[in-house]
Design a protein around this ligand. Structure first.
Ligand SMILES: [Zn+2]
Ligand SMILES: [Zn+2]
Length: 422
């Protein structure tokens, strides 16, 4: 069985109920056994750990960690918002000689969930944030080299120091690459060549970690089956109208709303976030409207209306993410709970609230009208999430687009398919 998606990695696993072999896509959060049909959420207390199988001839392999990072970088520079896709691996342990990335290997080699008894595992000594810095530094060097190559000189753009940066992540896991220790040298166990020298025989110190947790997809409130696509981070109970996120090894309830729609609609998930800003006066919807200089007269009642930010709760290309965030924030979709909404047509939540919250300042930078004044100030602005709601907005198909039936904003249907493969 192949992964449905060439950019995502396939993980070999076993059904926890009947023991049958199965394959999960790395972004799947719901496991359905092809044999016994059991349906389970796959979750982990911290992050997923996968292992590249060591050849059987290797006794007591040593596993070196690599961060697997997939998402988007946004950087706020004079005077615009730039973005770039990240889809990379980066060594998570500082030891001279280790390859910086795994390259294409995880796509061609078998991956499975790591468990401590498979060998000696090295704990990541480089944080995911440090790994991102390294990936970005490499990317910037490549970009400026390309500029020199095409223009004969480095463009001013490359030299511009960003005011601030954010990263919106879709996947963060650790991939363990097998090595063997012989005569004080580490050898790549798959390619069978030396990678580092002078490692002590006690390397690495023994560690232990938790295996992934499989939780039944049953509503903790009423016991009914929860619905949701296999990649979703949030499952819906159509019986008691509750929503549950798969988080840190368990199901926890999240507030949600779904607006009714008279036509057949697809429900796209958004995070509606009430954010308090420190360092900039942005309390009311009128403040927001002035910052963006929207082409409508400011109404007096807007001065008393609290400002809320919206962001897509699903993976989408960075420029579309910023556009949809801005449109939903300014069009203020009506929110009401309705049991008429058909949640079987809900698009999966693939971007957690933490990542939506991470994007708020960048959205503000993207829609600010006076970028020269606002962007430098944003570096010292802090945001605090006061409350959040998951809102499923109805979108109806109009030729190639999914369009909100009342507000008219929408998205090309193909970019949604692309987003699933992002
Ligand atoms: Zn099974
Ligand atoms: Zn229920």
């Amino acid at each position: 069985m192949k992964s449905s998606n060439s950019n995502n990695w396939a993980i070999d696993c076993q059904c926890p109920q009947c023991g049958s072999p199965a394959v999960l896509d790395e972004t799947d959060r719901i496991f359905t056994c092809p044999y016994c049909r059991v349906r389970l959420c796959v979750t982990t207390p911290d992050f997923f750990r996968y292992v590249v199988a060591a050849p059987l001839s290797i006794k007591n392999p040593i596993y070196i960690p690599y961060w697997r990072l997939k998402g988007a970088f946004f950087s706020c520079v004079p005077f615009q918002v730039n973005h770039a896709i990240v889809d990379s691996t980066q060594v998570a342990y500082a030891l001279k000689g280790l390859p910086f990335t795994l390259g294409l290997r995880p796509q061609v080699l078998k991956l499975s969930f790591a468990s401590p008894e498979q060998g000696r595992f090295v704990m990541p000594g480089i944080s995911s944030a440090e790994a991102l810095e390294m990936i970005e530094a490499t990317r910037e060097r490549v970009d400026s080299a390309a500029d020199v190559f095409s223009k004969g000189q480095v463009k001013a753009k490359s030299a511009a120091k960003p005011f601030f940066k954010t990263y919106t992540g879709e996947a963060m896991s650790v991939i363990y690459a097998p090595m063997r220790l012989e005569g004080g040298m580490l050898y790549d166990a798959v390619l069978n060549r030396p990678v580092t020298q002078a490692v002590s025989e006690e390397f690495p110190p023994p560690v232990t970690f938790g295996a992934p947790v499989f939780v039944p997809t049953l509503c903790p409130n009423c016991g009914q089956d929860l619905s949701g696509e296999k990649q979703t981070l949030v499952l819906i109970c159509n019986n008691c109208q509750s929503a549950w996120q798969v988080d840190k090894g368990a199901l926890s309830e999240v507030g949600y709303a779904a607006a009714p729609c008279v036509e057949e609609a697809v429900y796209l998930p958004f995070w509606k976030m009430k954010v308090r800003f420190d360092g900039i006066a942005l309390r009311s919807y009128a403040d927001l409207a002035r910052t963006a200089n929207i082409p409508r007269a400011i109404r007096t009642e807007w001065e008393d209306e609290e400002s809320v930010f919206w962001s897509p709760a699903f993976k989408i290309a960075p420029q579309l993410f910023l556009r949809l965030s801005e449109q939903a924030t300014f069009l203020k979709p009506p929110v009401m709970q309705s049991d008429k909404a058909d949640m079987k047509r809900a698009y999966p939540v693939t971007l957690p609230l933490s990542e939506g919250a991470e994007s708020v300042k960048m959205s503000l930078a993207a829609f600010a009208a006076n970028k020269k004044e606002i962007l430098p100030r944003l570096a010292s602005v802090t945001t605090n999430m006061e409350s959040a709601l998951l809102v499923y907005l109805p979108f109806v198909k109009r030729s190639n687009d999914f369009v909100h039936p009342e507000l008219g904003f929408g998205i090309n249907a193909n970019s949604l398919t692309t987003a699933l493969n992002l």
